[in-house]
Write a protein that binds this ligand. Structure first.
Ligand code: KG4
Length: 343
């Protein structure tokens, strides 16, 4: 009998629902919340209110687009954390209500693991591009920069992570001081495509192992602006493209240096990238370049699966369902996890 999973994602500012049948994606609906743009960042209270408004139409649309009836669902997978508590509560409570009314099990999903397992979503029956275990995954988003050894669907080990800011934060904070709006990552990427990556030099961290640090880069970026603005008040406007290109190139160098070291030391040549920053075209090019130069087999997600989406929740739920890993009705969401990727 087929296994049909409804996935629900509501950890931050995207309300999403998706349906996966035997590992193949049938639908993935995302309602993004524009309300935060004018605040320069996500406002938690507004996010939970928007989730409340979006959740019913989004789930309804996902089921409709999948061409199934909700009575055919095998289980409901939902993001339990990490994320914003008010946002998580909306998805968790909705999943509980629907699971109870349909008398089907619930599967709780770790949001970070879901980003990694997004690589296993089959976009159609013939899609055979899934990674082989073990592989390395560079998880880069607004809140995380991690190198993860993925040994199976539920065996993941974080071997390196940021000790301060995440890569996405570095993009967003530097974009903010240039007045580029929020989230800054996509804007930096767009401007970087027209700039010179060697125009400015920013400091890179010197820390041992596979850990990352981006706070030094942020400070070095700020000091560069401060020094030049003393001489020329229009410095940012005149050099925006080169500043973005140089910033992007430095972030990518920092990310790839440690990833290359981990791949070499651990002798793993299959390497994936996941999370919001994996939408960055420079980072995607760097992966392609490493595939050619070092013989890596690379996995770059479709754009739809880079930012928060329920398809990745549904696929994670699918594999947990096959293992009969269900969760109880009293499962509470968690905003943080001590080990970023838990078993
Ligand atoms: O995974 P994600 O959607 O959620 C959070 O972690 O919140 O990642 C969002 C992050 C933001 O920092 C955003 O600026 C960054 O991903 N991002 C990008 C690009 N697209 C999104 N950073 C650089 N280049 C991009 N094209």
């Amino acid at each position: 009998m087929s296994v049909i999973i409804l996935g629900i994602e509501s950890s931050c500012d995207d309300t999403s629902a998706a349906v996966i049948k035997d590992g193949v994606l049938l639908s993935n609906v995302i309602a993004s919340q524009a309300v935060h743009e004018s605040y320069g960042g996500v406002v938690p209270e507004l996010a939970s209110r928007a989730h409340q408004q979006n959740i019913i139409p989004v789930v309804h649309e996902a089921i409709k687009r999948a061409g199934i009836d909700k009575s055919e669902l095998s289980a409901i997978a939902f993001t339990r954390g990490p994320g914003l508590m008010g946002s998580l509560l909306v998805g968790t409570s909705f999943a509980k209500g629907l699971a109870l009314s349909l008398d089907i099990p619930m599967v709780d999903v770790n949001h970070l693991k879901a980003h990694v397992l997004a690589h296993f979503i089959k976009e159609n029956e013939a899609d055979e591009n899934q990674p082989n275990f073990p592989f390395l995954c560079l998880l880069v988003s607004g809140g995380n920069s991690q190198i993860i050894v993925v040994r199976s669907y539920d065996d993941m080990e974080v071997v390196g992570q940021t000790i301060d800011d995440a890569a996405g934060e570095a993009f967003d904070k530097c974009a903010k001081v240039m007045g580029l709006g929020y989230p800054g990552g996509p804007v930096v990427n767009r401007l970087a495509n027209e700039g010179d990556p060697k125009a400015f030099k920013f400091s890179k961290p010197h820390i041992p192992g596979y850990n990352y640090s981006f706070s030094g880069l942020k400070t070095s970026f700020l000091y560069t602006l401060r020094d030049h603005l003393k001489e020329d008040a229009d410095f940012i406007e005149k050099n925006k493209k080169d500043l973005c290109a140089s910033l992007q190139a430095t972030v990518i160098d920092i990310l790839m240096d440690k990833l290359r070291k981990a791949a070499k030391d651990l002798q793993i040549k299959e390497v994936a990238v996941a999370g919001g920053v994996s939408a960055n075209s420079g980072l995607r090019d760097a992966f392609q370049d490493h595939a050619t130069r070092y013989g890596w087999k690379i996995h770059i997600p479709s754009f739809a699966f880079t930012t928060d989406n329920a398809a990745m929740v549904a696929i994670t739920g699918y594999y947990k369902y096959l293992n009969k890993e269900f969760c109880a009705m009293d499962a509470a969401p968690f905003s943080r996890v001590t080990v970023a990727v838990t078993k």
